[in-house]
Design a protein around this ligand. Structure first.
Ligand code: ATP
Length: 199
């Protein structure tokens, strides 16, 4: 699995539709200060479901939408599509290419699409669980991240290792099942209470 292409439109400084192709090997992005280099990695984080505006260097989610310049009006929505090569089926889906799209409107509402099919944030998260991709993954190492990993609490380091060995998916499912079990237990207690009252 590898990142093939990124399509950005109306996101931060990218007002016009911009497509970036990533070829084999290392890609370097160069440009003057403030030209939008970091906005590219912000776009990758964002499309994968980042919910923290602060992480994206803004104060609210609306800040990611192109806010206009002296020559250009602000736009009403921002959209990013990430295209991954999945020939090795590392992403558990039966497609050799996987695209994820996120669109946000000024109302703050986000829409997600997996291979152009409307999806939920949960679906996007599940798709990338244990692949190292994703907002909690280790595929994006920001400035200061290595230091943070080394100095962080052992529990937080453990999360990173668990993602790498591929058990996050099972832990998440276990948590979900435990939640459902708790809910079922509560329902049973209520049913028993009602039955006691009736008979
Ligand atoms: P540096 O080399 O200094 O780290 P950079 O190339 O990484 O800079 P970015 O931080 O990616 O640059 O981009 C900053 C630019 O993006 C600024 O000019 C800022 O005005 C612009 N920008 C950020 N958000 C928006 C937005 N919502 N609408 C329009 N422009 C935006």
């Amino acid at each position: 699995m590898y990142l093939k292409r990124l399509e950005i439109q109306g996101f931060k400084s990218f007002a016009d539709k911009t497509s970036i192709d990533f070829e084999n090997g290392i890609t370097g992005v160069v440009g003057p200060n403030g030209s939008g280099k970091s906005n590219i990695s912000d776009a990758i984080r964002w499309v994968l479901g980042e919910q923290s505006a602060k992480t994206l260097r803004g104060s609210k989610m609306e800040d990611v939408i192109f806010s206009g310049t002296s020559k250009r009006r602000p736009l009403g929505f921002g959209e990013v599509t990430l295209v991954l090569d999945n020939k090795n089926k590392e992403i558990p889906i039966d497609f050799s290419e996987v695209s994820v799209t996120r669109r946000v409107f000024r109302s703050g509402e986000s829409e997600y699409y997996i291979n152009k099919t409307s999806s939920r944030l949960k679906d996007v998260r599940e798709l990338f669980m244990d692949t190292g991709v994703g907002t909690d993954g280790y595929s994006i190492i920001g400035q200061g991240k290595i230091e943070e990993i080394l100095s962080t609490k052992s529990d937080d380091r453990r999360n990173l290792i668990e993602e790498a060995v591929g058990i996050v998916k099972y832990k998440t499912r276990k948590k979900e099942s435990e939640r459902k079990l708790e809910k079922t237990k509560d329902n049973l207690i209520r049913i028993n209470d009602i039955a006691d009252e009736l008979f």
